[in-house]
Design a protein around this ligand. Structure first.
Ligand SMILES: C[S@@+](CC[C@H](N)C(=O)[O-])C[C@H]1O[C@@H](n2cnc3c(N)ncnc32)[C@H](O)[C@@H]1O
Length: 476
């Protein structure tokens, strides 16, 4: 199935069509209402220094027009402003039919695509004449730089199989969901139609999913009878104008109002903010795969980036041999080794063979322990260690230097194999970047450069560790 999905004009003549052709960077309407004024008029608080400004490369953002002390409230939204499933219409019988149709549609969406569930609500409000949230929705970007909207060639240009898999999965879901929608909505009475009778195609669904994935926050929802609070994705008007940084100067805080026990969602200055500084939030410690998939950008030298590998016995034997191990036993482990592999969930029927390099640990603990155990022939020494020690890179040489060196060198060889799967070299990508390429090609190039640089960094780090171990061993 083609993975190419472009935003297309549709033939609807409704006052608020759900899709239309757009210039990059533009908002849903050319001159949307003033968002700051709207939030204030709805009882929200906006610090007098907050301004919406166009940045050089991150689109719009919030900027401080004067110094702000640490701990100051910057924005506070009362409970009725965030857009979430179940807001407003659940309380009125007027929209009950449309609301229950929407909930029924949301049940077709897999949990991992939660952004699509809230996206249905966003589409409903976008289609509704006189929607309470229209001042917010009209300020949303008309297009998104997430890969589901890349031309097919640029999806291929990403060159990294785990991301290609996710992009294809999302595209396939949108095309299938489009058909489900047609089927579920065809016989509905006009009053019960969740989108005011408008046809919603895969392009509109993609717009809504991307709007939510790139802007929604998962926060505490209403209180359950047992006093705990549910975890609810919601769109936060104005707050979602803050761009991302791993070194943020502001944070989101939820607070219960004394008067009516409603939850306020606030942005608070996490440190002193200087005049002309942008207000920045941390969207999460995410890999570049997730930043690109959900937000449409890539972070250079992202400390939370990672690569996915498959625990594959034949590949590990090949990598180990390339690393100088004479007869590795990944394809034929001893029964005691196999038992440990199954404790690591790397052997047996329901095993999880996806392992990662990077992220919080340089090498995923399960992979490290498996390599240490299979490359060691000394059952007695292995049994002296618990699994947690074998999984930890900070526990140095638990099974002796030669096993450790063999394990680390095997990972370096795995990295070489992983690099070999990319059809181009970093230098070639960098020279392509200097040519006049489209924004989506540029993003794809940046993504694959970062992925390859990340693998090179892991190789460097592990090779350094090997050198140190060997130097320590040969020291008198
Ligand atoms: C929550 S919105 C922030 C407001 C947005 N800039 C706008 O114009 O509406 C998130 C989007 O802002 C952009 N963005 C935010 N932080 C970024 C960063 N550190 N690097 C690149 N783009 C960023 C991306 O387009 C992302 O999808």
């Amino acid at each position: 199935m083609s993975t190419k999905m472009m935003l297309m004009a549709n033939s609807l003549t409704h006052v608020r069509p759900l899709t239309c052709a757009a210039a990059a960077g533009s908002r849903l309407v050319p001159q949307p209402p003033d968002l700051i004024k709207w939030v204030k008029s709805e009882g929200g608080f906006v610090h007098k220094s907050v301004q919406i400004a166009q940045g050089d490369s991150f689109g719009l953002g919030l900027v401080a027009s004067e110094d702000i002390p640490k701990g100051s409230d910057i924005i506070a939204l009362p409970q009725h402003i965030p857009l979430k499933i179940g807001s407003l219409e659940a309380e009125t019988s007027l929209d009950a039919g449309a609301h229950s149709a929407l909930i029924k549609l949301a049940q077709h969406v897999p949990e991992e695509l939660w952004a699509m569930k809230l996206g249905l609500k966003l589409l409903q409000e976008r289609a509704k004449k006189g929607s309470f949230w229209w001042p917010y929705i009209s300020n949303l970007p008309e297009t998104y730089t997430v890969p589901i909207f890349f031309p097919g060639e640029d999806i291929k240009n990403l060159q990294y199989a785990p991301l290609l898999y996710q992009v294809n999965k999302r595209c396939r879901f949108l095309l299938e969901f489009d058909k489900i929608l047609k089927h579920e909505l065809e016989n509905l009475k006009p009053d019960d139609h969740p989108f005011g009778g408008q046809h919603v195609d895969s392009s509109a669904l993609g717009w809504a999913m991307s709007a939510v994935s790139s802007r929604a926050f998962r926060l505490y929802g209403s209180k359950r009878p047992d006093g705990t609070r549910s975890n609810v994705p919601m769109m936060l008007p104005l707050i979602d104008m803050c761009n991302h940084s791993f070194d943020p100067n502001a944070e989101i805080v939820q607070e219960e109002e004394n008067r009516n026990r409603n939850m306020l969602v606030k942005v608070v200055a996490g440190r002193q903010i200087k005049q002309n500084d942008p207000f920045l939030l941390n969207y999460g410690c995410l890999s570049n795969d997730l930043f690109l998939l959900d937000y449409g950008f890539v972070i250079p030298s992202n400390p939370y980036d990672c690569i996915e590998l498959k625990y594959d016995a034949a590949l590990l034997d090949a990598a180990s041999m390339a690393a100088g191990v004479s007869s590795p036993k990944f394809s034929s482990p001893s029964p005691w080794q196999q038992q440990i592999l199954s404790h690591l969930n790397l052997d047996g029927q329901n095993s999880d063979l996806k392992v990662t390099l990077g992220g919080r640990e340089l090498v995923e603990g399960r992979l490290l322990a498996a390599l240490r155990v299979v490359l060691s022939n000394d059952e007695e020494t292995v049994q002296q260690h618990d699994l947690e020690a074998l999984k930890s890179l900070t526990v140095e040489v638990p099974l002796g230097t030669s096993t450790e060196v063999a394990a680390l060198r095997t990972i370096v060889a795995l990295c070489v194999i992983a690099l070999g799967h990319f059809p181009t070299k970093i230098m070639e990508d960098e020279s392509l970047l200097k040519q006049n390429v489209s924004p989506t090609t540029e993003l794809a190039l940046q993504f694959r450069i970062q992925k390859k640089s990340f693998i090179v960094d892991v190789m460097r780090d592990l090779s350094k560790r090997v050198k140190l171990l060997l130097a320590k061993e040969s020291a008198p």
